[in-house]
Ligand binder design. Structure first.
Ligand code: PMV
Length: 310
């Protein structure tokens, strides 16, 4: 009873920040993301009556309990998991991690869940993990426990955009997104942000449909800054950026002034993700690599969702 799965990192263009229900990880707002092709987590799960305890960390064990309940057995599991990128530095390792764990653990248990059910289950492990299950561009609707899952709104090959993952520091963030979100309601901007989300989602979906890169980029950048407006004004205030983070943000804006178009977004961490069109990729990578403090630029594309490897 063994299975291995790969799940991609997903990057939210419209971010999820704040929950209506903590235990069920029901988001206070819908969100929209793309999966990456290269960055992700590979996880092997084996269930056996020979294991006395689960060989996994505490948060994973809580997720294994949900799967044991569905499988109606009491076997223990061994989990081996590997990210092909620095973990806990704002590159959504919990999203790819819980999506890969969900798929591998259910498959190893012999459960055959629909994509929607896998996404709902992954959500209970880490909210944003539900978006790493379906392919390509995904929308995660707010909803209730049954209806809150992510589904593909455009396939991975619908629009060839490039996503540059800029590694600025391999340091781990001090406050995880899960605990960071606990203080969200203390920001005076939280409600304001929530009120504007549905219209942003509508506009960005239209921009994707029309392949309008400028509108897509402007909304994505604005939403990242709006989430940070909330984070910074929460109590206690959250500040994940390093001086290098701001350097990249300013450079991207400067290049835009010069006619070289790209847009940034940032999750909870110091590292930056830059979206551009294929024709500008080489030039932008060359410029990014010259910025003081940039350790590495990884090139990525929009990719498929979680899949079984063995
Ligand atoms: O799923 P969590 O609890 O790791 O939260 C993720 C939050 C952000 O990455 C900041 C936004 C998002 O929608 O991915």
């Amino acid at each position: 009873m063994k299975a291995t799965a790969f799940a991609p990192v997903n990057v939210a263009l419209i971010k999820y920040w704040g929950k209506d229900n903590n235990n069920l990880r029901l988001p206070a707002n819908s969100s929209l993301s793309v999966n990456l092709t290269n960055l992700g987590t590979t996880t092997m799960v084996e269930w056996s009556k020979d294991f006395i305890n689960d060989l996994a960390d505490e948060r994973m064990i809580q997720h294994l309990d949900r799967i044991r309940k569905l499988a109606k057995f009491n076997l223990k599991a061994k989990v081996i998991t590997k990210n092909n990128f620095p973990s806990s530095a704002g590159l959504s390792s919990s999203a790819s991690g819980f999506a890969a764990l969900t798929l591998a653990a259910t498959a190893a248990a012999g459960l055959k869940l629909s994509e929607n059910d896998l996404s709902r289950l992954a959500r209970l492990g880490s909210g944003s993990a539900c978006r790493s299950i379906p392919d390509g561009w995904a929308e995660w609707s707010k909803g209730n426990n049954e209806t809150s899952y992510a589904k593909t709104i455009f396939p991975a090959d619908y629009w060839d955009l490039r996503i540059l993952v800029i590694i600025l520091s391999e340091g781990k963030k001090a406050i995880s997104s899960t605990s960071g979100q606990e203080g969200v309601k203390t920001s005076e901007f939280y409600r304001v942000r929530l009120n504007g989300i549905d219209s942003k989602i509508k506009k960005i979906k239209a921009a994707i449909k029309e392949k309008n890169f400028r509108v897509l980029g402007e909304i994505m950048e604005e939403d990242c800054l709006s989430m940070y407006g909330v984070m910074m004004t929460q109590k206690p205030s959250l500040m994940y950026w390093l001086p290098e983070t701001i350097r990249v943000m300013q450079a991207v804006r400067q290049w835009r002034e010069e006619g070289l178009e790209s847009y940034f977004t940032i999750n909870t961490g110091q590292n930056v993700l830059v979206f551009c069109e294929p024709k500008n990729e080489n030039e932008i990578v060359k410029r990014l690599e010259k910025i003081n403090g940039v350790i590495e630029v990884r090139r990525d594309k929009i990719g498929k969702g979680a899949r079984l490897l063995a």
